[in-house]
Design a protein around this ligand. Structure first.
Ligand SMILES: Nc1ncnc2c1ncn2[C@@H]1O[C@H](COP(=O)(O)OP(=O)(O)OP(=O)(O)O)[C@@H](O)[C@H]1O
Ligand SMILES: [Mg+2]
Length: 336
């Protein structure tokens, strides 16, 4: 488990103070995958550096299974850091070493003997689907394979936390999904807590149990994936189920957004509401996603002139959906 408490990092750019991280707190339990998503400049890279103590936070704490990394120095810090396995966008492998020697490198650094190393490397290469590639060199591998090697190397010292920094940003969609499946597979291993820092919504949708939105160095929204997507006016929901903001109502009608999930997402809400209010409601935009085993449906409707949109909203809510006037959903233009 990783616990981050009130993590703050202030940089000085000349006379200007930049709070790259401003009171970030989060907890990722064992066996769970937490995504951190944010725009360019949100503080993602700073967070990676501060979590791993590659850069010293200005204040706040990083604890792994109760061990405070921020309090450790020198040799104790180097030992504590091994509790975090790091995987970057590019695997940064040593070109002159074989794949097996790359994976075994962290063990070599801490003086693990050759036979123990070889056994561990063989196990890890099997785990990441590269059992036969041990004697190859990085240049002979595809980007996806190199990323697998990076994951095997990160697992070599049996860390408690795996930290991914944009792990799939350099990969094509198919390879991305293969790597994401591998991340899902390794998270069950020895109770790892997994943290994935990304700007790709796809990554969050596919593998994360919970997610935080980082903006201006602060976590502005956070929660279980199924909870955050259920908030009609949430920024994460809009980013994850996002429907385009440009729909125009039909002939003087009124725009209404409706969000439903689970079995309710399959109800004929539009037909039912049209019949109940005595007017034909149009669907102008929509998004249906299957996330964490549940279906989420977000529709933008045009309620015809002459029908009280509040009446339509009541009927929709009676069907178990969240429904609001689109004009009341304030964060629509403020997408992640
Ligand atoms: N070493 C530094 N010195 C001064 N300011 C910095 C330093 N590193 C980061 N910053 C500032 O902190 C803020 C957050 O930067 P950071 O690199 O963490 O963002 P990011 O979310 O990783 O962005 P990107 O998606 O573009 O990589 C930015 O305003 C940046 O200018
Ligand atoms: Mg960055």
């Amino acid at each position: 488990m990783i616990t981050v408490t009130d993590l703050t990092k202030v940089y000085h750019q000349g006379r200007r103070e930049v709070r790259a991280l401003d009171g970030v707190s989060l907890t990722v339990p064992e066996g769970s995958i937490h995504g951190i998503i944010g725009h360019s400049g949100a503080g993602k890279s700073t967070l990676v550096r501060c979590l791993t103590l590659l850069d010293r936070p200005t204040s706040g704490r990083v604890e792994i299974n109760g061990v405070d990394l921020t309090a450790a120095r020198d040799a104790a810090l180097r030992t504590a850091r091994r509790r975090i396995g790091l995987v970057f966008q590019q695997a940064n492998l040593f070109d002159s070493r074989t794949i097996a020697d790359n994976v075994g490198y962290p063990l070599e650094l801490i003086g693990v003997d050759k036979a123990t190393r070889a056994a561990k490397v063989a196990e890890l290469l099997g785990l990441v689907g590269l059992a036969d590639a041990g004697q190859a060199y990085p240049a002979q591998l595809s980007g996806g394979m190199r990323q697998r090697v990076g994951i095997a190397r990160a697992l070599a010292t049996d860390p408690d936390v795996l930290l991914f920094d944009e792990p799939t940003s350099a990969l094509d969609p198919k390879t991305t999904d293969e790597i994401l499946d591998l991340i899902m597979q390794v998270r069950g291993r020895g109770g790892l807590a997994v943290l994935v820092i990304t700007h790709e919504m796809h990554v969050v949708k596919r593998i994360c149990d919970s997610v935080s939105l980082l903006d201006g160095g602060r976590i502005v929204e956070s929660g279980a994936l199924t909870d955050v997507v259920s908030r009609l006016d949430g920024r994460l929901s809009q980013a994850l189920l996002g429907i385009p903001p440009y729909a125009q109502p039909v002939d003087g009608g009124t725009l209404v957004d409706v969000l439903s999930n689970g079995e309710k997402a399959a109800l004929p809400v539009v037909a039912h509401t049209s019949a109940a209010v005595g007017g034909e409601i149009s669907i102008l935009a929509g998004s249906v996603e299957h996330l964490a085993g549940t279906t989420f449906s977000h529709l933008r409707l045009s309620v015809p002139a002459g029908v009280d949109p509040q009446r339509a909203i009541e009927v929709l809510r009676g069907l178990g959906a969240d429904a609001r006037l689109t004009s009341d959903i304030t964060s629509g233009e403020d997408r992640a």
